[in-house]
Write a protein that binds this ligand. Structure first.
Ligand code: SAM
Length: 263
């Protein structure tokens, strides 16, 4: 009973259901950017330009490349865990600068498909190289308090903007992808994922409001499900902590190193 339909309202997403008669929920609206709550300020606009030759791409001597986030092909150096500072509107460098990746937008076409045990999931329509940028995490930009109040029972669509928040401190803002978002709304959890998420700064340097972008951490084959680890620090938590009932979300990622629970 394979059903495949193009979703004009969901941009380039193609929806495939070979499992049941479920259709994509109409409560979800596709957006590539953000819906900003009144409680979220605009980011502070302080930016620093690099000093590269106008019109040419940055070279390895440029101060913005002193931490090489990307290689010459625009692939993320996946061992680098920190935030990425891309060249911005004040920089003179050209649009093909290797330090302008996320800002060029995503070019990977993604299918939404019905999984057997995890609801909807997302897969790639073409091969993705290790380090390749996949897409941003988009949705409603809320204050952390607003997000907690809305979804205290199920936080799986919430992404705290906490990449620069010291351990133990609360982030100020959160992205909620439950009702608005792009293909990342459908990214499921895996204990052995094929993507990571990184903080990215493009047109501002406000640490409270960094962007979030997904990158492949290994080569991904055509048709493969796109996944990330919802709880990466849980790798260090002994399984007995889950067995003792601390966690409640069962994981069906079905990978050899599955932790059995998402969190
Ligand atoms: C952010 S949503 C992902 C998209 C979702 N599958 C859907 O149908 O819209 C997170 C939800 O997907 C399901 N999910 C994601 N990863 C899972 C996994 N590894 N095992 C079981 N359920 C999973 C859970 O229901 C979770 O609350």
């Amino acid at each position: 009973m394979a059903k495949i339909y193009d979703c004009p309202e969901h941009h380039r997403l193609r929806v495939i259901n070979k499992v049941d008669c479920e259709k994509l929920p109409t409560s979800f609206t596709y957006i590539d950017g953000y819906v900003r709550s009144a409680n979220v300020p605009l980011p502070s606009t302080v930016m620093f330009p690099c000093s590269c030759e106008p019109g040419s791409p940055c070279g390895m001597n440029c101060e913005c490349m002193s931490v090489p986030y990307y290689d010459a092909d625009g692939l993320l150096c996946t061992d680098y865990p920190g935030p990425i500072y891309e060249c911005n509107d004040m920089c003179g460098c050209s649009s093909d600068c290797p330090n302008r990746v996320v800002q060029r937008g995503n070019i990977i076409e993604i299918d939404i498909f019905r999984t057997k045990a995890k609801g909807w999931g997302a897969s790639t329509r073409r091969q993705i190289r290790k380090g390749e940028y996949v897409c941003r995490y988009t949705g409603e930009l809320l204050s952390n308090a607003e997000a907690e109040e809305r979804h205290s029972h199920d936080t799986t669509y919430l992404f705290d903007l906490d990449k620069e928040v010291p351990d133990g401190n609360q982030p100020l803002f959160t992205i909620d992808a439950r009702s608005y978002g792009n293909a990342s709304h459908f990214f499921n959890h895996s204990c052995e994922p094929n993507m990571v998420i990184r903080a990215v700064y493009i047109d501002h340097l406000d640490p409270r409001l960094h962007e979030l972008a997904f990158f492949a951490i290994r080569d991904i084959t055509t048709g493969e499900e796109l996944t990330f680890d919802y709880s990466p620090s849980a790798d260090n938590v002994p399984r007995c902590a889950y067995d003792n009932g601390v966690s409640k979300f069962h994981c069906f990622c079905n990978t050899p190193r599955c932790r059995k629970f998402i969190f």
